[in-house]
Design a binder for this molecule. Structure first.
Ligand SMILES: [Fe+2]
Ligand SMILES: [Fe+2]
Length: 277
């Protein structure tokens, strides 16, 4: 069983507040880790509300350095092992709002408090659980990524977000792949997860694919839908930077896929067992 507890998400839910950000507590066959920490300390507040202790979580994967995924690190009280791409520390600014969107903690400060594994390479973080490292751009329609930030205030130099990564879990039913924003493209991410793990069937995908509107991204979204069909993907967990109209479009065009919507405080149990290599 893989259990996901959504600590922070753009959508609030019942008594759980939301924020523009993502943080998920993952329990994959008894191996616990966090995927991102959201923007503020909301992930800790919501964990408390869920009666969920983070004391036995040692590893935290930061999918990329955008502050809505990494900002919560500031509020961690205990020492953790943080796994991320070395370029996650980059300064960058939002294209839409022109405000600062980069890492919020100086590297020296982070290294003083936590163990930080900075790697461009993929890494086995627990049995069956792989941090993917830097994702190559191999799928034609995604060669320009789904970028959201620039490297300067003046919005001239696009940030190719080379630190954008995710986690793949090998299971008896196929890969379960999780990404934060999917800035490197969700098909690129899945293709690389297959390469890293050696498992070619894909059971489920979670994200954050940075698809905000059907138009003008229809061609890319239709390609993605076909890619999901060709890969016989069974479950999608959609939220964060996928707008509701895009989720509805996926629902209308992927009738054979079970689509779950992420929201703060939600819990999902995925009925899979570890792949025995
Ligand atoms: Fe994001
Ligand atoms: Fe992002």
């Amino acid at each position: 069983m893989i259990t996901l507890k959504i600590l922070t998400e753009n959508r609030e839910n019942e008594e759980f507040k939301g924020e523009p950000g993502l943080s998920i507590h993952v329990n994959a066959f008894g191996n616990k880790f966090l995927l991102d920490t959201g923007f503020t300390d909301l992930f800790l507040q919501n964990a408390k509300l869920m009666n969920l202790s983070l004391d036995d979580v040692e590893k935290i994967v930061i999918t990329h350095g955008h502050n809505d995924h990494s900002g919560g690190i500031t509020f961690l009280e205990n020492k953790k092992t943080i796994i991320m791409h070395p370029n996650a520390y980059k300064e960058r600014w939002s294209i839409r709002r022109a405000d600062y969107a980069g890492f919020l903690i100086p590297r020296e400060k982070l290294l003083k408090k936590h163990t930080v594994i900075e790697t461009k390479e993929h890494l086995l973080i627990h049995n069956n659980c792989y941090y993917l490292g830097e994702i190559p751009m191999t799928v034609d329609i995604e060669k320009d990524g789904n970028y959201a930030t620039t490297l300067d205030h003046k919005i001239t130099e696009i940030d190719v977000t080379e630190d954008d990564s995710g986690v793949a879990i090998t299971t008896d039913k196929g890969l379960f792949i999780m990404t934060g924003c999917g800035h490197r493209g969700i098909c690129n991410t899945i293709e690389y997860a297959k390469k890293v793990t050696g498992q070619n069937t894909v059971y489920g995908v979670l994200g954050g694919f940075h698809l905000r509107e059907v138009e003008p991204q229809k061609e890319k979204i239709d390609y993605t839908i076909n890619y999901f069909k060709e890969n016989n993907i069974k479950e999608l967990y959609l939220g964060h930077c996928i707008k509701d109209e895009v989720i509805e479009y996926f629902e209308n065009n992927l009738k054979d896929v079970t689509i779950h919507r992420l929201a703060a405080g939600k819990e999902f149990n995925i009925d899979v067992e570890p792949l025995n290599n």
